[in-house]
Design a protein around this ligand. Structure first.
Ligand code: NAD
Length: 285
């Protein structure tokens, strides 16, 4: 029988996870509370597949088969037979707890309950649904999902070995490289990346160099594809601030993880990066 998974949340990440899974031959139920977001995801899926056919990465028959593997739904009910559910909804602990409550009561007792959260504690999400915590795991994809190879797999103390093994298996089936880490604030990716981005803001704030120079030095000197300040704009400066706050609160050093004043200044001014047309850099033209 073909594997069926549910992806909850049809935004940037959820829609990317869905098309990646469907392209790997997996049946997917794409769930979102917003019909508008489901329509947007459907349009993105069609466009992505059309582009793959134009670039001769797949035949028209394969394209049709890929799209036919995706169902769109406003509720979890249509996907009750899923063996795997991946939550990729808004980064808010209360929203995620509510979704996990619904997932635990709708899906079968052996369905794995994964979250794509970038910073929320997997333990806290697992505790919120009590006796199903052994099936809860972090499955942290990177943006854009069809392109980025890594899945950072986050194991909480309550996560069972079987849950970990099945998550690794699904990640590989989706063509990704899973690497496991333990449940700690920021996991590995954001614990290492975000303080570097924050330090780049400090270097700018202290007048060491301007953004172009900081990014140029880090890009050429460290062989990064883009500099840390440009990357911050791409991620969203509000998201960077929120992740620094998670590290600040979770790791307990009074100064080490505090968001830089320059970053806070831009967020307060509403300059959030690419998504608002202005962040460290101006994208209006
Ligand atoms: P997004 O804002 O693009 O999409 C969130 C979606 O969740 C929206 O479509 C919204 O309608 C939906 N949603 C909200 N409440 C819901 C509910 N109760 N049930 C079903 N759907 C609901 O967000 P995103 O950027 O796709 O991020 C999703 C998750 O992935 C977050 O946890 C985020 O931290 C994580 N993440 C994001 C990135 C990134 O670069 N954007 C990278 C890695 C991880």
């Amino acid at each position: 029988m073909a594997e069926v998974i549910s992806v909850i949340g049809a935004g940037t990440m959820g829609s990317g996870i869905t098309i990646t899974a469907a392209s790997a031959g997996i049946e997917v139920c794409q769930v979102d509370v917003s019909s508008e977001q489901l329509d947007r995801a459907r349009a993105y899926h069609s466009k992505t597949i059309r582009r793959n056919v134009e670039k001769e990465r797949m035949t028209q028959d394969e394209a049709d088969a890929t799209l036919s593997r995706i169902q769109y739904s406003n509720s979890h009910e249509r996907s009750g037979d899923s063996s795997f559910a991946i939550e990729a909804a808004t980064e808010n602990i209360e929203i995620k707890k509510k979704i996990f409550g619904a997932m635990a009561s709708t899906y079968s007792p052996d369905c794995i309950l994964a979250t794509n959260t970038s910073s929320i504690s997997i333990t806290e999400i697992g505790n919120s649904i009590g006796n199903a915590a052994d099936r809860v795991i972090g499955m942290h994809f990177f943006n854009p999902v069809p392109v980025m190879k890594l899945v950072e797999v986050i194991k909480a103390p309550a996560t069972s070995d079987e849950t970990l093994a099945r998550t690794i298996e699904l990640s590989e089936k989706m063509g990704k490289t899973p690497i496991a880490a333990n449940d700690h604030p920021g996991f590995v990716s954001n614990r290492v990346l975000m303080p570097m981005i924050n330090e780049a803001f400090h270097a700018w704030n202290d007048g060491v160099a301007g953004p172009e120079e900081i990014d140029g030095i880090m890009k050429l000197g460290c062989a990064f594809p883009m500099g840390p300040l440009r990357l911050a704009d791409l991620i969203g400066l509000d998201v960077c601030r929120d992740i620094m706050l998670v590290l600040h609160e979770g790791l307990g050093h009074p100064d080490k993880y505090a968001p830089c004043a320059k970053l806070l200044e831009l967020v307060d001014a509403g300059h959030l990066g690419n998504k608002t047309g202005r962040g460290v850099y101006d994208y209006s033209s």
